[in-house]
Write a protein that binds this ligand. Structure first.
Ligand code: ADP
Ligand code: MG
Length: 706
């Protein structure tokens, strides 16, 4: 099996598109077929031994759809636009003549007057594509709006209503063009994302500089980026330094300084320096490529509301078709009424019945919200997570590295039992040298600053969420939280008690150093709250969302930091082992229903998975976190949390508005058909074009949420 991705030109309505999917699936040699309506792309799994790609493309065209490359034409090159314009001119001419603006209307060919002939020309010009697509629908044994309009046009011509038919054709063609334009607007920002990365890179090969298409670059090559240029590949700065605007990827408003060893991303802008960058990823694996792929996948995934709407449409459409047949047949057959009027009424009902606006209402909102978020450095991986975000009533946030900067610093060294400060720090750092924990790194850094010589240890072991253990000069030492030493049965703990209470009340994390029998001392470390965290929490509270701090640290330290951040003491869950964080999330879910969890996405991955919505922070550059989280914040910016809650709520609201508006418009129009208030033209203008444009415009508001 091979996979063909066919970029489609114009997709008018998702129900018609579903028909295309079915039609292609029925071809011999075709397996899975998936249509991503929002990206306008058809993905076909096919067996090249049985069917050729060109046959697939031909089938798509036969069904009345154009493929992308023939789509990018100017006005004069797009036959649909030209024919529509021609149709409009002929209609206007015919109307002018029939109103006797240019004198009496000559009868050229009994019974056709000049105006009637112009109307017929207008119908032919504007109706060509409509009839073609309508005919394709008949052959696919399906009902689409082109088919309905074709019947209406032919019916009107048949009963001699040329003006009715011509105006229907023209209005409907204009409606299609406008809807295309609106759908393009909704998809547009994703295209902008794709256009961010340059397609050509300046690379240094064998000491010479050359310009090379990015597809040809390999990992390990050296690219050069001048001031003002966009960086074309993901990589690591090899030489020189510069400020880089990372907003396209992370949504950070402030530029970031980059120097040797720092990671840079394709699509970001090198502001003022010259950078030499060692390529670390192929172009198709770059963070930007990953974002675009994930956004596309997210948009293809159907939100729960969308599934409901599709089920609804399945019953709704046949019902209305049945009703229309009854309206056309019953009054003339049984009530001795004239057929023309009732036939037109029935056709009008069918045009109103096309559930396009209803079917498009949810996906267009989801797409608009997800692309808007992606441009702000927030990756929402599906409509379901967006809708859940709108329901969230509590958010659990990891303390270390999320609420705080995660860069603790040693503040106090308190030796006990006749040890010296140097001795204490030396022992601790010797053990911690083997650990990757942020506390460990801080302790090692403090020892290095004092230029202590660190001895080698043996049998090192990390005790997750508690500390570390290793052998030093034949004795087993521990560094870790006080509870660890209590578990070891050390009876010297009261020596440390007063110090511990004081340090912890200052918001410091205190770790003990010692063996199973002897305490060597206390090392205290302080981590700063992340800038902006307090404001973000305040805003979440205003939105009525409970913020709960989760941490493995001890309660006193946790509470001191919580207080600084404006989190109530009753919302602090401290001394949690990693698996207890999962329990805590489950408890919150029982209590609040919908719960989000925010963490770094690597250490906290299980807790993120346990929450209704798992949000990983600062993931630009960490692929694992980017893949596993439901929502990924590219930068370390807690301010994105209230944004997400507001976006989710607004999205749910807009979706509801769209669904109800489209149902109500259809109902009102249908009711107006019988007294003759709603004509065919009005049905097309309001019921089809108006509803679809209205729903799309409403959805576009989501892209502007801040
Ligand atoms: P958090 O949930 O705040 O990210 P962890 O679960 O990583 O914290 O660790 C919980 C506690 O265990 C820390 O506050 C510290 O007291 C202790 N601890 C864990 N690892 C180490 C280590 N390598 N060295 C010293 N103490 C540690
Ligand atoms: Mg942590």
């Amino acid at each position: 099996m091979e996979i063909a991705e066919i970029q489609l030109g114009k997709l008018h309505c998702p129900t018609c598109a579903l028909k295309l999917e079915q039609g292609v699936r029925e071809l011999e040699g075709v397996g899975q077929v998936q249509l991503n309506f929002n990206a306008g792309r058809l993905i076909v799994h096919y067996d090249p031994a049985i069917i050729e790609r060109s046959t697939l493309v031909a089938a798509v065209k036969r069904a009345g759809y154009s493929t992308a490359h023939e789509d990018k034409k100017g006005f004069w090159r797009d036959p649909e636009l030209v024919l529509t314009a021609l149709s409009g001119l002929l209609l206007a001419g015919g109307l002018g003549i029939s109103l006797s603006l240019f004198g009496p209307d000559p009868v050229l060919l009994r019974p056709f007057s000049l105006s009637a002939i112009l109307y017929l020309g207008s119908i032919l010009a504007g109706g060509y594509y409509i009839l073609r697509r309508g005919w394709a629908a008949v052959r696919a044994r399906s009902l689409n709006i082109d088919f309905l309009v074709s019947i209406a046009v032919l019916g009107a011509v048949g009963i001699g209503e040329f003006f009715e038919a011509a105006s229907l054709v023209f209005l409907f063609s204009v409606a299609e063009i406008l809807e295309d334009w609106a759908a393009d607007r909704a998809r547009g920002s994703l295209k902008e994302l794709m256009e961010l990365a340059p397609t050509i890179a300046r690379v240094r090969r064998d000491g010479r500089e050359e310009l090379v298409p990015v597809e040809e670059l390999r990992v390990g090559e050296l690219i050069l980026v001048k001031p003002g240029e966009r960086i074309s590949m993901d990589g690591v700065v090899e030489a020189e330094s510069s400020t880089v605007n990372q907003a396209p990827i992370t949504g950070e408003s402030l530029p970031v300084h980059k120097s040797r060893g720092d990671q840079v991303f394709a699509g970001t802008i090198n502001i003022d320096g010259f950078l030499e960058i060692r390529v670390t990823k192929l172009v198709q694996d770059s963070t930007l490529a990953k974002i675009i792929r994930l956004v596309e996948e997210a948009e293809a995934e159907k939100a729960p509301t969308e599934q409901f709407v599709e089920r609804f449409a399945r019953y709704y459409t046949p019902t209305v078709v049945g009703a229309a047949i009854a309206v056309a047949a019953i009054p003339p057959l049984f009530l001795a009424q004239e057929i023309t009027g009732w036939f037109l009424k029935a056709i009008t009902l069918l045009v109103i019945a096309c559930p396009c606006a209803l079917v498009i209402s949810t996906p267009v909102s989801v797409v608009s919200a997800i692309t808007g978020a992606a441009r702000r450095g927030v990756l929402i991986k599906g409509g379901i997570h967006l809708e859940n975000m709108g329901r969230v009533r509590a958010i659990g946030i990891d303390k270390t590295g999320t609420l705080t900067l995660g860069q603790p610093q040693v503040t106090d060294v308190v030796p006990l039992n006749d040890h010296s400060e140097e001795e204490l720090l030396g022992i601790a750092a010797a053990l911690e040298r083997r650990s990757e924990h942020p506390l460990a790194e801080a302790i090692v850094r403090a020892a290095e600053e004092r230029q202590l010589r660190l001895e080698d240890v043996e049998d090192f072991q990390a005790l997750a969420g508690r500390g570390v253990r290793a052998k030093l000069n034949g004795r087993t030492y521990y560094v870790g939280k006080p509870a660890l030493f209590a578990d070891l049965g050390l009876d010297q703990l009261k020596l440390a008690d007063d110090h511990l209470i004081k340090l912890q009340e200052e918001g410091k994390t205190a770790v003990l150093v010692g063996t199973e029998r002897e305490l060597c001392g206390i090392i205290a470390l302080a981590d700063r709250p992340r800038p902006g965290a307090r404001e973000a929490i305040q805003r979440l509270r205003e939105l009525g969302v409970k913020v709960v701090m989760l941490t493995g640290d001890n309660p006193r330290t946790a509470k001191a930091i919580a207080e600084e951040l404006g989190i109530g003491a009753e919302r602090v869950r401290a001394e949690l082992l990693p698996e207890e964080k999962i329990e805590e999330i489950k408890r919150l879910t029982d209590q609040f229903g919908t719960v989000a969890m925010v963490g770094d996405g690597v250490n906290d991955a299980p807790a993120l998975a346990a929450a209704t919505v798992g949000i990983a922070m600062g993931v630009a550059g960490t692929d694992a976190a980017l893949e596993t989280a439901d929502i990924a914040l590219m930068a370390d910016d807690l301010g994105k949390l209230p944004y997400l809650v507001e976006l989710g709520r607004k999205a749910r609201w807009v979706i509801k508005e769209n669904i109800w508006a489209s149902i109500l418009i259809k109902l009102a129009l249908s009711a107006g058909v019988f007294p003759g208030v709603v004509t065919l033209a009005l049905a097309v203008l309001v019921g089809d074009m108006g509803a679809t444009l209205g729903v799309t415009a409403n959805a576009l508001r989501l892209a502007r949420v801040r």
